[in-house]
Design a protein around this ligand. Sequence first.
Ligand code: HAM
Length: 423
Amino acid sequence: MITKAKKRITAVKGTHDILPEEARKWQKVESVAREIFELYGYREIRTPVFEPTELFEKGTGETSDVVTKEMYTFWDKAGRSLTLRPEYTPSVVRAIMDHSLHLQSSPMRYYFFGPMFRYDKPQKGRYRQFHQIDIEVFGEKDAAIDAEIVEMADFLLKSLNVRDTEILVNSVGCRACRPSYHRELKEAAEGVRENLCADCQRKINLNPLRIFDCKEETCRELSRGFPKITDFLCSECEEHFKRFCDSLGSYGIPYRIEPRLVRGLDYYTKTTFEIISSKLGAQDAILGGGRYDDMMKEFGGPDICGIGFAMGLERFLSVVPFEAEKESFLYIAFLGDAAKEAGMALARRLRRGGVECLIEYKDRALKNQLSRANKLGASWVLIIGEDEVRANRYQLKNMNTGSQQEIRAEEILDLIGKPESSS
Ligand code: HAM
């Protein structure tokens, strides 16, 4: 009888597994980021992976590519339209309002790590499930905070030895100054309408600012000739932008003004910025952010301004130079059932003393257990036979030096618990 080959189920396109060796790097980056954010007074907040679709339509913006093309939206069994979060910012604003966090006395500075979902065309550095580290600050109008968060991002990059980056900054104005810019931009875009892609032609009327997000080379080239938003700022936005740039200068942080940096989300007001890396390909933005002073008010909440940034972890990890970390653990090799029992009890005791122990229960000859320990990179092997159990004396082999010594159970922790002894 011919049996049909079973179809293997593989990961969904645009998603990826983070395997143990890689996960270590994620843990390292997350722990450094966490430490730095806490130094600046940020506290962690966690929100649900899915939210009412309306939250992103209203927050992220109906003319953004994220909302028009990239959301994972579905109906739940009760007929509600839900969306897997494509970004974090609207969720934090919702959480503040739901829990009246603005009425508490603690500073409104939050950080967050988690997966995001966007149905974009997968390529290197662009995934359908990706991860962000995000920070958000509320209630700080002063441009000093705009500079402080860029300085904090710069500190994070430097702490992980990330070089070859560039900070791009811009101001996208506010409700007062943007309409006149929109008019000029619309006029310029109308002038080259036939040469723009169908999507950008649609954007001319909807929100001409979004033409700058287009990934088509022709549109990008044409948009380089469009008027600059920085030439249209009202005095308040101009002053804010100047103070932001001056503060970056005082911190000694180099930056470049990029007048076409409007960012792909609809909510930005005044400051926008990105940090790009020359080590990445087309998807070169490690992080991006800006001010969104109107979002909470537009959600029907209090008039509290906000600013923040999000870093793409996949992209960031690909430019962090990690040093190879050597494993340091004790492998317990045993011969026979009594030795196995003794090994289990010892492993329990040692783990409680903070020693990483590995005991594998598969039946293997001693020689095979030793070569397995070697292959896994164990620093120590504890050899237990039935005689050793009776005499409470074990053979401890240092895998780095090859030396072996006899040791009593109660001496093990003392010996290998000391950092210098594992060298
Ligand atoms: P964003 O520019 O859409 O901003 O995303 C921030 C970062 O997430 C990007 O710079 C990039 O590193 C990463 N990223 C975005 N899309 C993908 C993708 N498909 N695959 C891999 N990485 C990606 C925001 O999300 C805003 N919420 C940032 C913000 C916070 N603004 C104010 N507060």
